[in-house]
Design a protein around this ligand. Structure first.
Ligand code: FAQ
Length: 318
């Protein structure tokens, strides 16, 4: 293709983005657009899959049958989200095996939040309330992202995240209405999950390497800082209803901005976790790689069965 032809295609592509048209897998797209989408969508998929582990840890220890059923359903939803996202990513010309390889070898990132331990039942409440709450705020704008398969996957994911957030908030509410020990458990979980939840939105806009370009391509519809602020403003009143204290002495309503001011995030901790040195990074990877290896016989059996079926079908046809 000549340089001029590429320029024309690029101009047409930019015009489609400006008109808010969806870009579909078979449409022409700049190579950087494709790669950026593979990066973000696959990191998102990996986050859903690794994100099953901290909660999976509590399925057998849920305090009642009702809680167990709800938690089980939530974790299954997360598996489903991972699968829609991997499928959306595959439409960009990368295979599922390559994506798994990137995760298992440590080349691909997944959300920092899933590298923290879940030490009490109240953590199931805090994850649903805060982590799914943050995920919804981050993902609702993505329903309007420019790449069609990602946008469509997000619609269903967001509906399910909304149930996840409610089940978490309800756990917190019950604990806060319970004994003083139960309320202390809820406060302790909030203390441990608050700051990591704020980190989920990524580095500040000034430090974010991808935001500017991703906003231009309408992959991201809001910046990391905008989303973080929205999360804080929405969550503080919810903590007040619970009667819990947000662990930030600098948190203060700013009448001029009609928003909360908040304290300094520990970005050293964030980057340590992103680079693989968080409290649970090694365990999480060990669990994922272990699941992949011990599932090999299932994949082999499925392939052998598919081949056998295809051969017998061929015989029938001939
Ligand atoms: N953790 O330039 P930016 C969930 C990396 S799903 C680890 O700002 P970008 C559901 C970033 O990749 C949670 N790494 O990057 C659930 C980049 O590195 P790279 C996941 C992070 O992409 C709930 C570098 O830092 N959600 O919770 C993080 O424009 C409960 C520079 O950053 C999504 O993935 C981080 N927190 O913005 C499941 C949503 N933040 O790639 C189970 C879609 C940044 O150059 C239980 N993704 N980095 O090597 C996004 O919206 C964006 O990708 C951001 C990051 C906002 C996460």
């Amino acid at each position: 293709m000549s340089e001029e032809q590429i320029k024309n295609l690029e101009a047409e592509f930019e015009a489609r983005i400006a008109r808010d048209e969806k870009i579909e897998p078979k449409d022409w797209m700049p190579e950087k657009y494709r790669k950026t989408h593979i990066r973000q969508i696959s990191q998102h998929a990996h986050s859903e899959i690794v994100g099953m582990l901290p909660e999976g840890n509590w399925i057998t220890r849920a305090p009642s049958l009702r809680r167990k059923v709800a938690l089980l359903a939530k974790v299954q939803d997360e598996a489903g989200h991972g699968l829609y996202l991997y499928s959306a990513c595959e439409t960009l010309g990368i295979s599922r095996d390559e994506l798994y390889e990137q995760l298992h070898s440590g080349k691909a990132k997944y959300s920092s939040i899933f590298n923290y331990p879940t030490v009490t039942w109240a953590d199931m409440g805090a994850i649903g309330w805060l982590v799914d709450g943050a995920a919804i705020i981050n993902q609702v704008p993505l329903c309007n992202t420019s790449f069609g398969p990602y946008a469509r996957a997000m619609v269903r994911v967001c509906k399910e995240e909304s149930f996840h957030q409610r089940q978490g908030y309800e756990i917190m509410l019950k604990l806060c209405q319970g004994t003083s020990e139960q309320k202390e458990l809820a406060q302790d979980a909030l203390n441990r999950w608050w700051w990591p939840s704020l980190m989920m939105f990524g580095p500040t806009d000034a430090e974010s390497t991808h935001t500017e370009q991703s906003m231009k391509w309408k992959l991201k519809r809001k910046t990391n800082d905008e989303l973080r602020q929205q999360f804080i403003d929405q969550t503080v009143p919810q903590a007040e209803i619970l009667g819990l204290t947000i662990p930030d002495p600098d948190l203060k309503w700013n009448e001029d901005r009609k928003s909360y001011d908040f304290g300094e995030i520990n970005w050293d901790e964030f980057w340590q976790v992103v680079k693989g040195y968080g409290p649970m990074n090694k365990e999480r990877m060990k669990a994922r790689v272990g699941a992949w290896e011990s599932g090999e016989w299932v994949r082999d059996a499925a392939m052998a069965h598919a081949e056998k079926k295809a051969t017998s079908l061929k015989k029938e046809v001939s």
